[in-house]
Design a protein around this ligand. Structure first.
Ligand code: ATP
Ligand code: MG
Length: 450
């Protein structure tokens, strides 16, 4: 592995300024790992022997934020690039398994690297010193292994979030867990119960959007089940139905492999789309399995899980809408398509298609079913090319024109607008001002005479 890294100019400047002040400074952690792997880092972190006070003296002229000053972190804004700069530190014990009880600064890089979670994250780099790799991080990067720095049981006891971070890196990088780390992680999984839901959700969402999420979820569902117990009844649940070649959980994982890792709403929705199946199962007289009502039951379970994880309301609503609608029949004519685009958003309709594609891709007779979706997608695109009117605000007239006709604003005007939209969407009225005004006049006369 080539261990030379090109640092962005702003990071270089931060290192040089600290060095000129007589302090050590290195790029550390995830950014070094990602550069060695040829990936673009999420963020750049610098570790330094300077204390927060000393940093402030050096960077007085650069915009900075006291992100976590008590923990030694200052965020410097250099040429628009935020760089988290943190004093080398040793962490004390973690009596609540969440936050270190004390933060002790140190002047030794080696002690700072020792507190980091995995060997591949305990790397530091300086352009003239080169790579500092005290724990065999480069060898593990080459082999594709996640290994705790130090004794795994102790490291997971100190901060149980590391359990989930380990799985998250496995899902993002396609790495395996080193055997000792793996055994300890499985043994320690209950400790995740003590971690704040927001922290769990942030890490789990990264896991879910990782390219290797499906194999990681397959192997470690008992760990994920600690904070998402709703998933567990799906594991091994036989569907007794010729449409299905997999049990519910295997089907879900295959569907996940058919969805874009970049769309987090879609990834959540696919993970949870069949979560309602186990509780809705029935067998008919022929011994065929059915799951009547599972989208509704699934929506309720999904909402419960996502709210417990404290996901924001928009995310919860979007995911639940998709879980609810994932099994409905595809609208077959342009009018119904326009109605859908009006009722949901176009983005939701496209996500629905993507779920349906993933769902069918993971069933028996996948090819025929995909062809039906292809046909439907073509129809959707044709409808959209006509730039259709799907919502009230797209009508060629508004409430203002109706007022001018003498229709008072209020519920009756609302009903008239809804009726006009219905007819335009059905295709029985053109979306043109004259036609709309004439029809509005008719509706108003009929309403006022009845
Ligand atoms: P990402 O690509 O998501 O930024 P990352 O590895 O950089 O991944 P960060 O949360 O940015 O993760 O943390 C930066 C570095 O801090 C890590 O690489 C690791 O060295 C250290 N670190 C973060 N969280 C922990 C933790 N819970 N325990 C030990 N070390 C940690
Ligand atoms: Mg990072």
């Amino acid at each position: 592995m080539n261990t030379n890294i090109t640092l962005p100019v702003p990071v270089h400047r931060v290192l040089s300024r600290l060095n000129q002040g007589g302090y050590e400074a290195f790029a550390v952690g995830g950014c070094v790992r990602d550069r060695l792997l040829g990936r673009e880092p999420e963020d750049w972190d610098v570790a330094t022997s300077a204390t927060p006070q000393e940093m402030k003296e050096i960077f007085g002229d650069i915009p900075h934020f006291d992100t976590g000053i008590r923990h030694g972190t200052l965020t410097l804004l250099v040429d628009q690039m935020p760089i988290e700069t943190t004093t080398y530190r040793v962490e004390g014990c973690y009596s609540d398994r969440r936050h270190p009880d004390t933060v002790t600064f140190t002047r030794l890089l080696g002690r700072d690297l020792a507190r980091r979670d995995f060997t591949i994250n305990a790397l530091a780099y300086h352009p003239s010193v080169g790579l500092v790799d005290l724990y065999g991080g480069v060898a593990d990067l080459t082999r594709g292994l996640l290994r705790c720095v130090g004794e795994p049981d102790r490291r997971f006891q100190e901060d149980a979030l590391r359990i989930l971070r380990g799985l998250r890196f496995a899902a993002q990088l396609g790495f395996a867990l080193e055997e000792g780390t793996r055994q300890s992680l499985l043994r320690s999984r209950q400790l995740l119960g003590d971690i704040a839901q927001e922290r769990i959700a942030a890490e789990f969402q990264k896991l879910l959007c990782g390219r290797w999420a499906a194999p990681v979820l397959r192997e470690y569902v008992q760990v994920v089940g600690i904070f998402l117990p709703e998933l567990l009844p799906m594991v091994g649940f036989d569907q007794h139905n010729h449409h299905h070649i997999y049990d519910v959980w295997e089907h879900t994982l295959h569907a996940l492999e058919h969805t874009d890792p970049g769309d987090r709403i879609l990834r959540w929705a696919v993970l949870l789309h069949d979560v309602g199946k186990p509780s809705c199962f029935s067998l008919d007289e022929q011994g065929v399995g059915h799951f009547y009502g599972h989208p509704q039951a699934g929506e309720a379970l999904a909402r419960q899980a996502l709210q417990r994880l404290k996901l924001d309301r928009d995310t919860v609503d979007q995911v639940c809408t998709l879980v609810h609608m994932h099994d409905v029949a595809l609208p077959e004519n342009p009018a119904t398509i326009r109605r859908w685009v009006g009722r949901y958003s176009l983005e939701t309709v496209r996500q629905f298609l993507a779920i349906r594609r993933a769902d069918h891709g993971a069933q028996a007779h996948a090819q025929e079913k995909e062809q039906a979706i292809d046909r439907w997608e073509t129809l959707l695109e044709e409808v959209l090319r006509e730039n259709p009117c799907c919502q009230q605000r797209q009508l060629a007239i508004s409430g203002r024109e109706l007022l001018a006709l003498g229709i008072p604003s209020g519920p009756e005007m609302g009903r008239i607008l809804t009726r006009l939209l219905d007819r335009v969407v059905e295709g029985t009225l053109p979306n043109e001002p004259d036609a709309l005004l004439a029809e509005a006049g008719n509706l108003w006369r009929t309403a006022s005479h009845s």
